[in-house]
Design a binder for this molecule. Structure first.
Ligand code: BG6
Length: 492
């Protein structure tokens, strides 16, 4: 890892005209520029098939900054570092031209041969691009060579392995940075601090004191314009295989002996290896799927999933998953980790609720029900923690009442996705892979998910089974209620 404050690198973005580049990458790079983490020694090449001039590209880059306060001042200087190269990923000539431009920019900006390749496009060409990067000598320079890829990392373990093998032709595992943007979110990174910097929390963080843990990633939006991708993927692959299992592993892992990338990863991998693998009937008992139907929110009629663009009108794809995960190790035996995620739900919220066990005896009498102690980690739209406790109601007698201790603020930009990208890109430039998914984590997650998908593939559910604007199918409530629990409300 380099300590140099300003990062020098040539950043080549495959998919430079796309949505991800415009919405997330360019604004994130701009923030880094504004903060001085990117100085004058950097250049960005945007590539895509269409023919654009550098000027046209720079205008697009500037347009992508429109929501950033005071961007005008630096926008010209920033965008002058951007170059466009029309590129056909299947054509060798294209790589020759791209290589020539890369070498020129390397010299012009004194980049010391540091190269970051960002594949912000559909994964079917990843292997081809990686092998050309190698064969055309892009990685023969002296500096670092790193590759950032976006999910999906495959569709199942087998395809993920194929994808990985193709990337490994050109890059070592420690040069591959697999983005899981949830790992860049402020409060996800805060999990380790909340746990390991507070003895009163970590000492209770086990099956003696915790009843159950709930992870909710709920979204109000439907599939929008991503019907084609989503209908192949579904919520299990889109959200559970990556974001949710990453969060679960951070919650469940043992304290690492040091906060280094390797030690943290080692513990996360061990947590994932302890996940109970379900088979056959157990899958139906512990995994609930749902698909949204029509609904009405704020007087607005919403389409059902099957009516969305590019979605099969008979689709059996799930837009909602709830599950009960068990972690079979000494720390967690007997503690369910309930997870749920879905589209077109009532609220946009990401939160973790840690439910502590009730006091062994209610000294305050049956007529006064004590609220449970719950530690809520708010990830978005608010960030922070709330601890739910019981205190005495002021006045005569011993009447209890619930109170909340809050450390909560609204996240700087409402939804902290751009901020997450900014952190992750800087981590990658600095060579810090802590908040990226390692192949060991990805492959273990797929192994787990494949078991669920295999059983779901053999049966159909009665879809749609939840209304747009609700909190998912009734079976998701039954899943926790049959264990005597309830879903902790979101945004409270
Ligand atoms: C992405 C999924 O990984 O995460 C999307 O592909 C989902 O379907 C998104 O909408 C949610 O991210 P965030 O940061 O808005 O919670």
């Amino acid at each position: 890892m380099t300590d140099e404050l300003e990062q020098r690198a040539l950043i080549t973005i495959f998919g430079g005209t796309g949505d991800l580049a415009n919405r997330k990458l360019y604004p994130s790079l701009f923030h880094l520029y504004k903060k001085g983490s990117l100085g004058e020694n950097f250049a960005v090449i945007g590539t895509a098939r269409r023919e654009w001039s550098d000027d046209f590209f720079r205008d697009k880059v500037k347009a992508s900054l429109k929501d950033i306060e005071d961007h005008e001042e630096l926008a010209d200087a920033f965008s002058s570092h951007f170059y466009y190269q029309s590129h056909d990923v299947t054509n060798q000539e294209s790589y020759v031209k791209l290589k020539t431009l890369s070498d020129e920019l390397d010299e012009k900006y004194d980049l010391k041969g540091n190269r970051l390749f960002y594949l912000a496009m559909a994964p079917n060409f990843f292997g081809m691009i990686a092998s050309r990067i190698k064969s055309e000598g892009f990685v023969d320079t002296e500096g670092f060579h790193r590759l950032i890829i976006e999910k999906p990392f495959g569709h199942d373990l087998k395809s993920a392995e194929e994808l990985n093998n193709s990337l490994r032709q050109a890059f070592n595992e420690d040069e591959i940075y697999r983005i899981d943007h949830y790992l860049g979110k402020e409060m996800i990174q805060n999990i380790s601090v909340i746990r390991f910097a507070n003895s009163i929390i970590e000492s209770l963080w086990n099956n003696r004191y915790i009843d159950n843990i709930q992870v909710t990633l709920s979204e109000v939006l439907g599939v929008e314009d991503r019907g084609k991708y989503y209908d192949e993927s579904g919520a299990l692959r889109d959200m559970v295989q990556n974001h949710i299992l990453q969060i679960v592993s951070l919650l469940a892992m043992e304290p690492p002996i040091k906060l280094t990338t390797e030690e943290i990863r080692h513990e996360k991998v061990r947590a994932l290896r302890s996940l109970r693998v379900y088979e056959g009937k157990e899958v139906h008992q512990n995994f609930i799927r749902g698909q949204y139907g029509e609904g009405e929110v704020d007087g607005k009629e919403l389409k059902g999933y099957r009516q969305e663009e590019n979605v099969d009108p008979h689709s059996n794809t799930e837009t909602f998953v709830a599950a009960k995960l068990m972690i079979d190790n000494f720390r967690w035996t007997g503690v369910p980790f309930y997870i749920r995620t879905g589209k077109r739900l009532a609220d946009k919220a990401t939160q973790i609720a840690i439910h502590f066990k009730n006091v062994p005896l209610n000294l305050f009498g049956q007529q006064q029900s004590l609220g449970g102690n719950v530690l809520v980690i708010h990830i978005q739209p608010n960030e922070g923690i709330t601890l739910h406790l019981n205190v005495k109601e002021p006045g005569q007698g011993m009447v209890t009442m619930p109170v909340n201790l809050d450390y909560v603020h609204s996240s700087p930009d409402g939804m902290n996705t751009p901020e997450a990208y900014e952190k992750l890109i800087l981590d990658c430039l600095r060579g810090d892979a802590t908040y990226f998914s390692h192949w060991d984590e990805v492959s273990l997650s797929w192994r787990f998910i494949d078991q669920i998908a295999a059983v779901w593939n053999t049966t159909k559910d009665h879809f749609p089974n939840y209304k747009s604007g609700s909190m998912g199918p009734k079976e998701a409530d039954d899943l926790v209620q049959r264990d005597g629990f309830y879903w902790f409300p979101v945004n409270e």
